[in-house]
Every structure is written in structure tokens, then in C-alpha cells.
Design a protein around this ligand. Structure first.
Ligand code: ADP
Length: 317
């Protein structure tokens, strides 16, 4: 449904998007994840025809975003990063205005009723947009993006600035829509993407850093065991003993009292590191000060995946 091939976008000397290629089939929901400045908004603006790529091609539903921009716009509902609303309009006036711009004509009434219900706008239809809370403004903008029943939804940071209850509401709506639409949702929070998406696309410095199911991405970086251990033992004996266990890495903890040796030990996931260490401690009769199996947090995962360009798909464009 959406295909990007070798897409680059330069703003003067800044390369915001660098040789990005990916393809999203119909009905898939994709979390587009990366730190601020990674190139998410720029990529979304290219897909939605708001800005043209410097090079490369993008098609939506088979239409080229540069040559068939109007056809692409008809297919897409777009929630931009900053909501372009008219502060003086009442909510229902604004939706009527968007309905006219989208030439909905006879279909307007049923679409209007649907988006008001879906976005939970029933209580604020006669309120001025400028007087709405951030949550209701965001929902009004979402209603705008949905009013023509687009096949594709592009949502740029849809929950930013919302309170936890509003976030739950928007996530629920996105999940409901996911049954029938192709959705790209950008966020700088990995757990946010994981909560709603089938697939995670990570972007860093304008390049795709990783692409896959959330669980697979986490498994890829966490395909190792890590244990923090501190024992009373001679350092030489400790070092030679633990190094005989197929370790990938040792990072010594230098901030321990005299006579105590401690380290973070890393092995491949298939090695029973905890079991082997237990055996060793029993055999050597070392006093244990600390023994903690360590887990990678989501944020660690994110940093591991997005640091360096070793996983990037692009060349050196
Ligand atoms: P994200 O959405 O991931 O935060 P952006 O796509 O907004 O990232 O920005 C990517 C890079 O492009 C950043 O370095 C940003 O400063 C730059 N950039 C974005 N828009 C413009 C613009 N209109 N003019 C110049 N630089 C821009």
C-alpha cells in the first residue's frame, strides 16, 4: 500500500532522510520510532505529499506522491505533529468545512456522525476549538483525518501531550481502526509503538536502523544473558574461573571494598550462566555479596538498536 524506494530529503546541508526504503502492505499498522530529529516527520510529510523528496520514489496505493499528489491525498488521512486547526471555529463547523473540502456531499452526514462517535466529540461539538483542552483538540484533528474514511492513516505523534486516560482512548481507537486501514504512527517512545503496532520501523539519523516485530527486535538485542555478581574472592582466581565459561564480555565493578570482586558478566542466551555461576560459587566456597540476573529495559533496547549504523539499509547517500 505504501512503498518508499531510496528516499532522500535534504534541507540545505541537513540530510533529514537518507536513502530510506520500506514497504507497508494493506491493513498493516506500523510504529515509526526514533529520537527527536531522526527524520520521522519529514518522512511522513513526504508520504502525505506535503513536501517532495529530494530523490527516490514514494507510492501510495500505486500512485506516485509527486505525479499523482491529488489521488494520494484522497487515500490518506493525516494527523500532523502540530494540529492545524482554526481556533475561532466551533468543532462542528470545522468538521463541516473539512467535509466540504473533501467533497463528501451526501456522504457527509453519516461520516460526521461516525467520526464524532469514534473520536468522542459529542460533548464539544458547539465549543470553540481555541477553548478546547489539548486532548479534545487532538481528537478534533483525528476526526478531520478520518472524515473521508481514508484507506491510509498517517499519525505523527498522536498521543503527545495527552494525559494517560486520553492516551488509552486514542490507542483504543487506533487499534479499532487497524482492522480496516493501513496505519503509520510515529512516536519517540518505543513502548508506545509496541502498544499498538504489528511492526516497528526504527529510524535514526535519517536512516532505517531496524525493521521487524517488536518481540523480534527485543530478542535480537537481548539474545544474551547478563548477571551482576560480587563475591569475596582473589581477583585472579575469579577472573580465570569465570572466563572458562564461554563469556562474551566482562565489565569489572571497580567500586567495591577490598577483597570483594564484582563484575557484570555477559554470555550468549543458550549458556546457562546463572547455573554455572552457582556451581562455581559452591565449589569455591566464595561468600556472595551480590548475585543479580540483569534484564535489558526497553530503553536499552532502543539505544542498542539505534546507535551506530550497522543495521542500516541505506548506502552512504
Ligand atoms: P523527527 O520527526 O524524527 O523529530 P524531523 O523529520 O522533524 O525529525 O527532522 C529531521 C531533521 O531535519 C532534523 O535535523 C530537523 O532539524 C531537520 N528539519 C526538519 N524540517 C526542517 C526544515 N523545514 N528546514 C530545515 N531543517 C529541517
Amino acid at each position: 500500500m505504501i512503498t518508499l524506494k531510496n528516499v532522500c530529503k535534504n534541507y540545505g546541508p541537513i540530510q533529514a532522510v537518507a536513502n530510506v526504503s520500506f514497504s507497508i502492505p494493506k491493513g498493516e499498522i506500523v510504529g515509526f520510532v526514533g529520537p527527536n530529529g531522526a527524520g520521522k516527520s519529514t518522512t511522513m510529510k513526504i508520504i502525505t505529499t506535503y513536501t517532495a523528496p529530494s530523490s527516490g520514489t514514494v507510492t501510495v496505493g500505486g500512485f506516485d506522491v509527486v505525479e499523482n499528489a491529488l489521488e494520494v491525498r484522497e487515500l490518506i488521512g493525516y494527523l500532523p505533529e502540530t494540529t492545524p486547526l482554526y481556533a475561532d471555529m466551533l468543532v462542528h463547523e470545522y468538521l463541516e468545512f473539512v467535509g466540504r473540502a473533501r467533497h463528501l456531499n451526501g456522504a457527509f452526514k453519516s461520516r460526521f456522525d461516525w467520526v464524532v462517535e469514534a473520536a468522542g466529540l459529542g460533548t464539544v461539538l458547539r465549543r470553540k476549538i481555541g477553548e478546547l483542552s489539548k486532548g479534545f483538540r487532538q481528537r478534533t484533528c483525528l476526526a478531520q483525518a478520518l472524515i473521508h474514511d481514508p484507506a491510509v492513516l498517517i499519525l505523527d505523534e498522536p498521543t503527545s501531550g495527552l494525559d494517560p486516560l486520553q492516551i488509552i482512548g486514542i490507542r483504543k481507537l487506533i487499534k479499532e481502526l487497524a482492522h480496516e486501514k493501513t496505519i503509520i504512527l510515529s512516536t519517540h517512545i518505543l513502548s508506545e509503538a509496541a502498544a499498538v503496532s504489528d511492526r516497528i520501523l526504527m529510524i535514526h539519523n535519517g536512516r532505517i536502523a531496524a525493521d521487524g516485530k517488536f518481540e523480534d527486535l527485543v530478542r535480537r538485542v537481548s539474545d544474551q544473558n547478563s548477571v551482576y555478581i560480587a563475591v569475596r574472592a582473589p581477583k585472579k582466581d575469579f577472573d580465570s574461573s569465570v572466563r572458562s565459561m564461554d563469556l562474551k564480555d566482562i565489565i569489572y565493578d571497580e567500586a567495591l571494598p577490598r577483597g570483594v570482586v564484582g563484575a557484570h558478566l555477559f554470555s550468549e542466551a543458550k549458556v546457562d550462566l546463572t547455573g554455572k555461576l552457582n556451581e562455581l560459587i559452591r565449589e569455591k566456597k566464595w561468600d556472595i555479596f551480590n548475585f543479580t540476573p540483569e534484564q535489558m529495559s526497553l530503553e536499552d533496547t532502543f539505544i542498542r538498536l539505534t546507535s551506530g549504523d550497522k543495521n542500516s539499509q541505506g548506502g552512504d547517500a
